[in-house]
Design a protein around this ligand. Structure first.
Ligand code: ADE
Length: 245
């Protein structure tokens, strides 16, 4: 089994508790889904611990003026090099992918998530570092020197990278072989074939005068598959016609 350590440089480690403590992604990222091909360990590093200023500040005002504050390159570098590389036995930056989430990045979607899940969280021998920006941004010199790749959730601005990192981890870990197990295959999920998922039903059979589609109760597997395929088309046409274009 591969083992993958994920480091998150953040000013708000507590943001990540719900992701790491709850649900399937949580147990996978805690290294508890042992049927998988990769065992994970996620560690948050508080950027503030690497501040050298009296009041533990991590940012300063931008040269050239303008609103807000910019995260300092030297403090981020120390968090990366001292807090990750030196403290945890890496040979150097060649052992790590350093990821920054930002509107300038590759836009995240199911295809990118699958690629990231199978490569960055799977077969790539390098471990992964996420850098979560806050405030108005990060000194460009840190990004230029240390960041190897950028991802964006979409064309809007978050107040920090934490939510983006959680979305990336949650949606990518599903593609690590063995993580979802046989029962919870990602193959039937929305987007896998460019279509939305078919609708699902459970008990009771009758709910407010609405019945479960009869084909699902008849036990004809071939007919059920045909129905599911047709429903995927129908759902996509109704809710996301743009996916079909
Ligand atoms: N940080 C700020 N905005 C972001 C976005 N759209 N995607 C990822 N990270 C971000």
């Amino acid at each position: 089994m591969n083992s993958k350590r994920i480091w998150i440089l953040t000013l708000f480690p507590e943001f990540f508790k719900p992701l790491l403590e709850c649900g399937i992604a949580g147990s996978a990222l805690r290294g508890e889904r042992n049927e998988g091909t990769t065992s994970f360990e996620v560690n948050c590093i508080n950027i503030r611990d690497f501040s050298t200023t009296k009041y533990k500040s991590v940012d300063d005002s931008p040269f050239g003026g303008g609103p807000g504050m910019v995260m300092r390159a030297d403090i981020l570098r120390d968090a990366l090099l001292e807090g990750v590389v030196k403290a945890h036995g890496y040979r150097g930056l060649e052992d790590l992918r350093v990821i920054y989430t930002s509107p300038r990045g590759v836009v995240w979607n199911n295809k990118v998530a699958r690629e990231f899940g199978t490569k960055a969280l799977g077969e790539d021998p390098r471990d992964v570092v996420f850098v979560c920006g806050r405030y108005e941004g990060v000194d460009e010199r840190f990004l230029e020197k240390y960041v190897t790749e950028y991802y964006s959730l979409g064309d809007y601005v978050l107040t920090g990278g934490e939510l983006a990192v959680m979305v990336m981890l949650d949606s990518a870990v599903r593609f690590v072989p063995g993580i979802l197990g046989n029962k919870l295959s990602s193959q039937d999920d929305s987007f896998e074939d460019g279509l939305l998922e078919y609708p699902q039903y459970t008990r009771p059979r009758s709910f407010e005068e609405m019945e479960v589609p009869a084909v699902l109760l008849e036990g004809n597997h071939k007919k059920i598959l045909e129905w599911q395929r047709a429903e995927k088309e129908k759902m996509t046409r109704k809710h996301r016609p743009d996916l079909k274009s």
